[in-house]
Write a protein that binds this ligand. Structure first.
Ligand SMILES: Nc1ncnc2c1ncn2[C@@H]1O[C@H](COP(=O)(O)OP(=O)(O)OP(=O)(O)O)[C@@H](O)[C@H]1O
Length: 252
């Protein structure tokens, strides 16, 4: 297989959980710097696809390359943590630690064991955390206990952590599902803006079609484990979106 500017290439990916088929004959190609929203009804396979892209789970069959390498060519750990940043609905923050520690957790993939262990007591690379918190507008919370922050603020801390991690690719799984519409809009617009400034590839699963069509360049719609459409935003029609969420049970 010859690669040019493709970052992800998937060919005929299949994934089943027992008898339940989560993804069927899924093929797609994603280029560096693209900003993609992954949409589709509940159970369509969005999280499964993101977990395969992140190499957290293996497909049952099919081929998958990330920057021209297969998953078996990636040594678990450092290489992948430099390349991929993951952000989820649950934020994955440690609630009892001050904000600065959670932000700097984005550096753990870079640091050796002793520096990582020390960082739980004395924050390392403090300036980096200050800069990241300034960019997400939360510098005043730097020493606050993370659990005392609102959901929207905690999600911005997770964004600051991504800023210090500086991965080439951001995979976000429903990052705003637990936020109210105004906060969800704020986080997604920041996420897209920051990814654009760093020229990162961004792939985000979203339940909100409104946010998907407002901020992203390309929409990949999944339904029952298959690609329902995969189009640049200006080619997506209302009709396609209505069909995507139609309640008729599709064939797997
Ligand atoms: N660990 C698992 N064990 C068994 N079945 C699973 C597992 N994870 C996902 N599935 C099934 O695979 C299918 C796809 O699930 P997935 O979570 O990828 O969908 P989704 O589009 O992310 O859904 P949602 O929008 O509700 O999060 C669903 O039918 C789901 O029930």
């Amino acid at each position: 297989m010859a690669f040019q500017n493709e970052q992800f290439v998937l060919k005929n990916i299949e994934k089943k959980y027992g008898e339940n088929r989560a993804l069927s004959s899924l093929s797609l190609c994603i280029h560096k710097g693209e900003r993609i929203a992954l949409i589709g009804p509940s159970g369509a396979g969005k999280s499964t696809l993101l977990n395969i892209l992140a190499m957290i789970i293996q497909p049952d069959s099919g081929e998958y390359w990330l920057d021209g390498m297969t998953s078996s060519q990636y040594k678990a750990g450092k290489t992948l943590s430099r390349k991929l940043g993951i952000i989820r609905q649950q934020f994955d923050l440690v609630p009892n630690l001050p904000v600065i520690h959670n932000v700097l957790a984005g550096r753990l993939g870079e640091w050796g064991f002793f520096r990582s262990a020390l960082s739980f007591f004395i924050p390392q690379d403090k300036n980096m955390a200050i800069h990241a918190l300034e960019r997400v507008g939360l510098l005043e919370k730097i020493y606050e206990k993370t659990a005392n922050l609102s959901g929207g603020q905690q999600q911005r801390i997770a964004l600051a952590r991504l800023l210090v991690q500086r991965p080439e690719i951001i995979l976000a799984d429903e990052p705003v599902a637990s936020l109210d519409p105004a906060r969800a809009d704020d986080i997604i617009s920041k996420l897209v803006q920051l990814a654009g400034e760093e020229n990162q590839t961004l792939i985000t699963s979203l339940h909100s079609v409104e946010l998907a069509t407002k901020y992203f360049d390309r929409i990949i719609a999944l339904r029952a484990g298959r690609i329902f459409f995969d189009l640049p935003i200006n080619e997506v029609t209302e009709h396609m979106l209505t069909d995507l969420y139609d309640l008729m049970e599709p064939e797997r």
